[in-house]
Structures are given as structure tokens and as C-alpha cells.
Design a protein around this ligand. Structure first.
Ligand code: ADP
Ligand code: MG
Length: 213
């Protein structure tokens, strides 16, 4: 099965071949059509299995379908546990959004650095990638409004819970519109992930890729 058969646009297929992505990984094969279809998805697959592109590609498809996205507020919120992952995910959004008909503005925000440049950069952002604590700080100073979010992604959800972000994540979720798409990606399916998936996801498509021996 190729990327062509997953419902991605010509310009995304071009971006994929520019990045030498020739064949989708198992988690990408299963998750991409479901996310394009606006379903909630629980994606469990080991580290290195391509989970980032599994949500970045279909979310860029959804964004492109919106006329005048540059006038909109944040549509996509990706919560991540660490600054390193925030930067990595931002780079993946950037590399696949190059050359798309409508430009996509992506910003990563995280703690441990000054908040002011992040506040200044918020204007016109379509995709916000954030660690939970810094996002709540930005909400408090009125720099970001979460009422326009259409898709929430929790990436490395297992790590997020292990690091004790559950309460902050709950606070953020309470600020989001009720009608939204929820995507949860994790390397492991722990008891905590089982719990959060039951609260967060509505009739999810469950994509669980067993590690091959
Ligand atoms: P995970 O989040 O599951 O740990 P990543 O999304 O970080 O995995 O991807 C791991 C590596 O595999 C990255 O370097 C990424 O560029 C590469 N990769 C992902 N999907 C493909 C693909 N379909 N073809 C080639 N390389 C891929
Ligand atoms: Mg990952």
C-alpha cells in the first residue's frame, strides 16, 4: 500500500517524495485515513514507528481544506511532554507544509525560556505545539485562545502522564470546545493511557501495532 492510496493531496505526496518517504509505516496506513475522516484515534506503536507523520499528514490535509486558513486562530493543538519533542514535531509540520497551496504557520512553545517571544509569535498561528505548563501560562496572559481548536493531539501520552502532567492536561481539555477531534499517540498502552482514552476519545479508531520480534 502506498501513500497515494491513503487520500493525501498531490502537494502532500510531492512533499513526501521530497523527504524520501516512499512507503507508509503500519501506524501511518491505519491512522491517516481515519484522521482524514475526522475520527478520534488511539495510536499505539513503538518508538520510531512513524507516529508523528501519522497525524501531521492528515491534519495538514484538513487544514488545507479550509479556505483562508491564514485568517484563522489556532486550529490544531499538539500537547507534548518536552521541549525537545515540541521542536521535533514543529519541524515535521514545517517540512510537510512547505509547498502547500495555503501557507501554514506552526509554533512550538515550552517552558524554560522567556515567554515574551512566544507571545509575540502567536499571531496567525494555525498549529500550536506546546508543553502543558507553558500553554496554561500563555492562556493566563490572554496570549492564546483555545476556543478555536478543532483537533487536539496528545503525543507521547505515556510520557506525559509519567511526568505528572495529568492535572495540567485536564485543565487544558476543559478550555477546549466540546466538539473536536481527539488523537492520542503513545508507545505503550498503560493503565493510565486506558483511563485517559476512555475519558478523552469518542468512538475512537484504535490502531495498535504490535512490535515485531
Ligand atoms: P515515533 O513518533 O513513532 O517514535 P517518528 O515519527 O519520530 O516515530 O519517526 C521516526 C523516524 O522515522 C523519523 O526519522 C521519521 O522521519 C522516519 N519516518 C517516519 N515515517 C516514515 C516513512 N513512511 N518513510 C520513511 N521514513 C519515515
Ligand atoms: Mg513520537
Amino acid at each position: 500500500m502506498s501513500f497515494e492510496s491513503l487520500g493525501l493531496s498531490i502537494s502532500l505526496l510531492k512533499a513526501l517524495s521530497d523527504q524520501y518517504f516512499t512507503l507508509p509505516t503500519p501506524v501511518q496506513k491505519a491512522a491517516i485515513p481515519a484522521i482524514i475522516d475526522k475520527k478520534d484515534v488511539l495510536g499505539i506503536a513503538k518508538t520510531g514507528s512513524g507516529k508523528t507523520a501519522a497525524y501531521v499528514l492528515p491534519l495538514l490535509m484538513s487544514l488545507q481544506a479550509k479556505p483562508g486558513i491564514k485568517n484563522r486562530h489556532v486550529n490544531i493543538l499538539v500537547l507534548v511532554p518536552t521541549r525537545e519533542l515540541a521542536e521535533q514535531v514543529k519541524e515535521v509540520f514545517k517540512k510537510f507544509s512547505q509547498g502547500l497551496p495555503q501557507p501554514v504557520k506552526t509554533l512550538a512553545v515550552y517552558g524554560g525560556v522567556s515567554i515574551n517571544p512566544q507571545m509575540m509569535a502567536m499571531q496567525g498561528v494555525n498549529v500550536l505545539i506546546a508543553t502543558p505548563g507553558r500553554l496554561l501560562e500563555l492562556v493566563e496572559v490572554n496570549s492564546v485562545h483555545l476556543s478555536t481548536i478543532q483537533t487536539l493531539v496528545l503525543d507521547e501520552a505515556d510520557k506525559m502522564l509519567n511526568l505528572g502532567f495529568q492535572e495540567e492536561v485536564n485543565k487544558i481539555i476543559a478550555l477546549l470546545p466540546e466538539q473536536r477531534q481527539n488523537l492520542l499517540f503513545s508507545a505503550t498502552l498503560s493503565a493510565d493511557i486506558q483511563n485517559i482514552h476512555q475519558v478523552l476519545l469518542h468512538e475512537p479508531v484504535i490502531v495498535q501495532i504490535e512490535a515485531e520480534e
